[in-house]
Write a protein that binds this ligand. Structure first.
Ligand SMILES: NC(=O)C1=CN([C@@H]2O[C@H](COP(=O)(O)OP(=O)(O)OC[C@H]3O[C@@H](n4cnc5c(N)ncnc54)[C@H](O)[C@@H]3O)[C@@H](O)[C@H]2O)C=CC1
Ligand SMILES: O=C(O)[C@@H]1CCC=N1
Length: 273
């Protein structure tokens, strides 16, 4: 695909939209002049000027003759269908709609825009800002090769990308990788606090907790050994790790808590749909 064939409208540039945009601009996946961002909050849009993208406070200021490949909806699920009609002409002009909203199914967009509308759902996560995201893609049958190629290129710029064929999995995906960074950030918070309680200076506790989670995640991804083996390698018989794990694993405490958390997120995703 040539650069001139790639153009996008990004609707909403809050936490997740901004995170994705960071890596798209850094990778030059789409030329900045071919990126149109619609973001009504001035405090957010004013921080985008360094990217040299086109910034609009509403859909009404988008150029009439724009022919985007993708209209990317990065707004809250609750407001999605108050906003979608503003982009009807771009969809009619051949753009696919790409939604990152939790819970909202492709059928809803087909109902809003027309039965044979090309719709892509992506469940991203915020580490996309540093090209370490997990981007899970589902596309309906109307998405063209050209549109799918751009989706793939954008998502790879954001980190790891994988495609699923069964849209019903999206609620579970959302509960694991979409919301997942928050679970890990909370674990970092907990490890920092525990480190401080154990006597470390604040900054040292922060460095140790962040680097340990970062290192463990990289090692798990790069070694391919699997988390169980890697955990066992840290755990000397009757050593310090065994002492800690006896607390975390007593009656599967952490596993049960994580199972409850993921089930709650999945249920909420289903409700949002
Ligand atoms: N935050 C996250 O980690 C993730 C969020 N998502 C999904 O991403 C979507 C956005 O979530 P966040 O970025 O967290 O929310 P957010 O509230 O930070 O961003 C939404 C943005 O949309 C803007 N907006 C409101 N009305 C608009 C309109 N009419 N036109 C254009 N922009 C408008 C808001 O000003 C705001 O900046 C949601 O649907 C969420 O389910 C998906 C995966 C992860
Ligand atoms: O909390 C949420 O609803 C969004 C979707 C996944 C992560 N954040």
């Amino acid at each position: 695909m040539t650069d001139t064939q790639k153009s996008i409208i990004l609707v909403g540039c809050g936490n997740m939209g901004r995170a994705m945009l960071e890596s798209w601009v850094a990778c030059e996946t789409v030329k900045p002049e071919n990126i149109h961002v619609v973001e009504p909050v001035e405090a957010l849009s004013s921080k985008l000027t360094k990217f040299n993208v086109n910034i609009h406070s509403s859909a009404t200021s988008l150029p009439e003759d724009l022919k985007p490949t993708l209209v990317i909806m990065a707004i809250k699920p609750q407001m999605m269908f108050e906003v979608v009609s503003e982009y009807q002409k771009y969809i009619d002009g051949g753009a696919a709609v790409l939604s990152i909203a939790a819970g909202v199914g492709t059928k809803k967009f087909e109902e809003a825009y027309g039965a044979s509308t090309a719709v892509v759902r992506v469940m991203p996560n915020t580490p996309a800002a540093v090209a370490k995201g997990m981007m899970v893609i589902y596309a309906n049958k109307f998405v063209t090769e050209h549109q799918a190629a751009l989706v793939e290129e954008l998502m790879r710029a954001n980190g790891a990308a994988t495609t699923i064929d069964d849209e019903a999995l999206m609620d579970a995906v959302t509960a694991v990788s979409g919301s997942g960074p928050a679970y890990i950030f909370h674990m970092i918070e907990a490890l920092i606090e525990a480190g401080i309680t154990a006597g470390l200076p604040d900054e040292t506790a922060k460095l140790l907790a962040e680097q340990t989670v970062y290192g463990a995640a990289c090692y798990a991804r790069e070694s391919g050994a699997g988390a169980t083996t890697l955990r066992e390698q840290v755990t000397s018989p009757n050593g310090t790790t065994a002492a800690a794990l006896s607390v975390l694993m007593e009656e599967d405490a952490l596993k049960n808590l994580m199972a409850k958390a993921v089930a709650a997120a999945k249920k909420r995703s289903e409700e949002l749909g």
